[in-house]
Design a protein around this ligand. Structure first.
Ligand SMILES: Nc1ncnc2c1ncn2[C@@H]1O[C@H](COP(=O)(O)OP(=O)(O)OP(=O)(O)O)[C@@H](O)[C@H]1O
Ligand SMILES: [Mg+2]
Length: 251
């Protein structure tokens, strides 16, 4: 049994996401405590993006309740959710390739315009490469740098909860490690993190706690170290390829 987490920053209770007659997420409940680094792991189509997109207000939430810092945000629009303090780095990174690095970052400051200069400086300190390349078209950055840009842009709105949807997608193992190390450093600094990953092992090495999703259901929940140590159980839900480290990823 996973330990109780208090106080909760994000509380998802009995959430369903439907796409017409298809179900993306079924009766999902999870909690992310203040300052926690929580991973969502599961194979293709397990419902990771459905869950994160629902919290961000990007897909319909047909049943259930989402509470953020004590406020019911279930029916709020995405811009209201961003203002409340939640940022999402979407799957595929969502950067605008024909705009400069700096312009992409400033888009993330839309709801925090007064603090844009200070937040830009913070992002540049976190990812010096984004400072060096500030005038370059975002589409010409490497995959890893584009992921840093996606994280940087999400940080420009000063979130209290940072959600990342499969940041490691298509990246070489060393770059994945670097990205996860940065996310873990943000968590250590007090940021609350909810991160989805198909490659469970890497995420579990960095997270405090994790939920395992399978075909739209949360089937397992435990501390990351307990899940890492429970190979039989994890293999049953995720399969061998998801336990293996990211050896097959592209550079
Ligand atoms: N826009 C959509 N329309 C119809 N069905 C969808 C849509 N988005 C997701 N689904 C379905 O919902 C289920 C959950 O998908 P979701 O994208 O949330 O999973 P995931 O864990 O993020 O997968 P992946 O690892 O491939 O990103 C899948 O069966 C998927 O086919
Ligand atoms: Mg997904």
């Amino acid at each position: 049994m996973a330990p109780e987490v208090t106080p909760a920053l994000l509380d998802v209770d009995g959430l369903f996401v439907r796409y017409g007659i298809l179900i993306g997420l079924r009766d999902a409940s999870l909690t992310v405590g203040k300052g926690e680094f929580v991973a969502l792991v599961g194979a293709n189509g397990a419902g990771k993006s459905s869950l994160l997109s629902a919290v961000a207000g990007l897909v319909g939430r047909s049943e259930g309740r989402i509470t953020f810092d004590g406020q019911d945000i279930t029916r709020r629009r995405t811009d209201e959710i961003v203002r409340a303090g939640i940022s999402l780095c979407p799957e595929g990174r969502g950067i605008l390739p024909r705009m400069s690095v700096r312009e992409n970052l400033l888009l993330g400051a839309y709801h925090q315009r007064a603090q844009a200069a200070r937040n830009l400086e913070r992002v540049h300190t976190l990812f010096p490469i984004l400072h060096e390349r500030h005038g370059q078209m975002a589409g010409t950055l490497s995959g890893g740098q584009q992921q840093m840009l996606s994280i940087g842009r999400a940080l420009m709105s000063e979130p209290r909860l940072l959600m990342l949807d499969e940041p490691s997608l298509g990246l070489a193992p060393i770059v994945v490690h670097e990205i996860l190390e940065t996310v873990a450093a943000l968590a250590k600094d007090g940021m609350t993190i909810l991160l989805s990953e198909e490659s469970a092992k890497k995420a579990l090495e960095f997270a405090d706690r994790a939920y395992v999703l399978e075909t739209g259901n949360i089937v397992l929940e435990d501390t990351a170290s307990a899940l890492l140590g429970n190979e039989a159980l994890t293999a049953a839900y995720l399969g061998r390829s998801h336990l293996a480290s990211h050896d097959s990823a592209e550079a």
